[in-house]
Design a protein. Structure first.
Lengths: 397, 265
């Protein structure tokens, strides 16, 4: 593929609002996971809740979009001058030449969960002020971002479970390549809700402790929430030395099971190989992998086999979900921004929370931060339904 | 710049439409439109355990996907896919939200696994063994055109055939009051970068601010407006009439999709 420039990017998760706080947390190995006190949820688990979401207001003209997911998006869009950068891009390319592709798994479903508690006792009707399309519907988040950025190009929500916001980079890349647009706002936004907290609990996939990816004693995920965005454009003739580029995208389907990964990570291998092919790079060119690394016993085992199979046993890798939690449909975009920060800060983040790396996992897992001027890194995102996506980011040259 | 593809297969399932031949005979004026409730076949392609777990939305998407690849005479295992739905499985969503409103908050693990918007794509890949990329979109009322643009961009940028399925099912009460989709409807298109013996014609899409084409038959027009996937009917009408020309498909509030069509059989 023709590389694309991440003209601007920003991430907000439980380890910080914006890139500076996120970088500092990564440098200190700080986790944002805490015992779950979300809403009325009573589950013995840890979550990565973003501070200040409830207090965030939306612009008056967009009040019908008011829900936790769009508030989290608003909070994130206000960091790192992202809205200003998009406005400048709209001036450069025209509002109709910029696409909006946002990944989410649950969008504003919390609004419907709350509305169901308020159903009329006699008729069962939902409250009059409940707006399905502007809050619960998956497209709500893409629609909100598009209106907030005052853009009028193509738009869609991508909803492939936990691979959603990695796949938005692929959608944007193809649409730019096809000439339908000149730039794209991509991102991922997922916020805490009862469906995912009680749903993963019902599958016995949540840990009672902060999650420990690749640890011998790992026993499940910690659910987090996040919003992360990037503005993608074609690479200029002379990009800055520290410009972060999208170099490759690779996707595949497991064709195996709706909620368990292929045991040998076959789909994951195909996605990583496709990303290398798309970037025209050999496996040796990759310096680090930001793993999907959810900390369930089977996910990590399957991913480790896939990574060793493609890259051999020596490539260093880690999961940042011990710090941020598993932010589900936002994970791809959040970890893309973490990769961009890692490249610019010359920092390979050690996996927070992991103490005793499982000797049965052959991938070379980093538990401590390492200072290293990586040139090219790969990020994995895999989801229910067997959706897999790998992205390669790098510096110019 | 326009995004171009050959159309190698069409599938349709919806009220009064048991497949593409039924729909074509209505769209070209041969038969009057007689809407009856959509009949969804059991997905025989899935292993029995999976078959029992699937809801209406999966049955709908799989049936149309199967018809589309069969008409294109294509093995789906190696074909990329784009699934676009305006809302996913409303019945499953209702059951989960109702359970979460009870004090016990116990939800079924199977319901939760099936609640992902990409459930139909996942079951399609399990049923056919397709390990090719699959993308799953939602764009509310704009979902047909969003899926079409994504599929055309894949054909054009990646030079590969793409199966595009736009599909919607009804929401039960009380969500139905807020999202009054009346029944299940889906359209499938098999889009290819190169002309083959299966090719029925070609399409080239650009963005426009022109208004969307409507259908003159009132019952068909109300179907087009009631179910987002049916926003693709004006495109199918051209293929039913075997005539070229242009149509404008509904998309977003401020943007529509202009499609130039060649239809030769």
């Amino acid at each position: 593929m023709n590389p694309l420039l991440l003209k601007s990017f920003t991430a907000t998760s439980c380890i910080g609002a914006g890139n500076a706080q996120t970088r500092e947390s990564l440098q200190r190995g700080r986790s944002g996971l805490a015992p779950c006190g979300f809403e009325t949820v009573r589950l013995d688990t840890y979550v990565g809740e973003v501070a200040g979401v409830d207090a965030q207001s939306l612009p008056p003209a967009l009040q019908t979009y008011d829900c936790r997911n769009n508030r989290l998006a608003e909070l994130a869009l206000r960091q790192d001058r992202f809205l200003e950068e998009v406005a400048a891009a709209a001036h450069r390319w025209g509002r109709g030449r910029i696409g909006v592709f946002i990944g989410t798994s649950t969008s504003g479903i919390l609004q419907t969960e709350l509305a169901y508690r308020e159903r009329a006792p006699d008729s069962g009707e939902l409250p009059r002020d409940f707006h399905y399309g502007a809050t619960h519907n998956s497209f709500s988040i893409a629609d909100y971002v598009r209106r907030r950025c005052e853009l009028s190009g193509p738009a869609a929500a991508v909803s492939c479970a936990c691979a959603s916001s990695a796949k938005v980079f692929a959608s944007a890349q193809r649409m730019i390549e096809a000439g339908l647009i000149d730039a794209a706002v991509v991102g991922g936004v997922d916020s805490l809700c009862l469906t995912t907290l009680y749903g993963f609990h019902s599958l016995q996939l949540t840990s009672h402790s902060p999650c420990r990816p690749f640890d011998r004693s790992r026993d499940g995920i910690s659910i987090g929430e996040a919003a992360a965005f990037a503005l993608l454009e074609r690479v200029p003739d002379a990009p800055a030395d520290d410009a972060v580029l999208l170099l490759g995208v690779g996707e595949s389907s497991d064709a195996h099971h709706i909620s368990s990964p292929h045991p040998e990570g076959l789909g994951a291998r195909l996605a990583m190989q496709a990303a290398l092919t798309s970037a025209a790079l050999a496996p040796e060119a990759i310096d680090y992998i930001n793993l999907h690394g959810t900390a369930t016993p089977s996910n990590d085992r399957s991913e480790s086999q896939a990574v060793s199979g493609v890259f051999g046993p020596n490539l260093v890798c880690s999961s940042t979900k011990g710090a941020t939690g598993h932010t589900l449909g936002a994970a791809g975009a959040l970890e893309a921004v973490i990769c961009a920060i890692s490249l610019q800060a010359e920092l390979l983040p050690g996996g927070t929370g992991t103490r005793d790396v499982d000797p049965q996992l052959t991938a070379r897992y980093l538990t401590e931060n390492r200072r290293f001027p990586a040139r090219r890194v790969l990020s994995n995102s895999f989801g229910f339904g067997g959706a897999n996506c790998s992205l390669i980011f790098g510096l110019p040259g | 710049m326009s995004a171009f593809a050959y159309v190698d297969g069409i599938g349709v399932l919806g009220p009064g439409f048991g497949g593409w031949p039924d729909a074509a005979a209505v769209l070209n004026g041969e038969n009057a439109y007689a809407p009856t409730a959509t009949i969804l076949p059991t997905p025989q392609l899935l292993p029995p355990a999976e078959r029992r777990r699937t809801g209406r939305v999966v049955k709908l998407a799989l049936a149309v996907a199967l018809e589309t690849v069969a008409r294109a005479d294509l093995n789906p295992a190696g074909t990329a896919s784009v699934f676009s739905s305006s809302g996913g499985d409303g019945h499953n969503c209702h059951e989960i939200c109702a359970a979460l409103a009870e004090p016990s908050r116990e939800i079924s693990p199977t319901r939760f696994s099936n609640s992902v918007h990409n459930a139909a794509a996942g079951y399609w890949s399990i049923a056919t063994g397709a390990m090719a990329p699959s993308n799953v979109l939602c764009a509310f009322d704009a979902s047909f055109a969003a899926g079409l643009l994504e599929a055309l961009a894949q054909v054009s940028a990646d030079g590969r055939s793409v199966l595009m399925i736009a599909y919607d099912t009804e929401y039960p009460a009380p969500l139905h009051d807020k999202r009054p989709i009346p029944d299940a409807f889906a359209i499938g298109l098999l889009l290819s970068p190169a002309r083959s013996r299966a090719s029925l014609g070609s399409i080239a899409a650009t963005l426009t601010d022109a208004v969307a084409e409507t259908l003159s038959e009132p019952a068909l027009e109300s179907l087009r407006m009631a179910i987002p996937a049916a926003r693709g009917l004006p495109l199918l009408r051209r293929f039913a009439l075997r005539e070229g020309g242009a149509t404008v498909l509904d998309y977003l509030e401020d943007t529509r999709v202009h499609v130039q069509i060649e239809s030769w059989r």
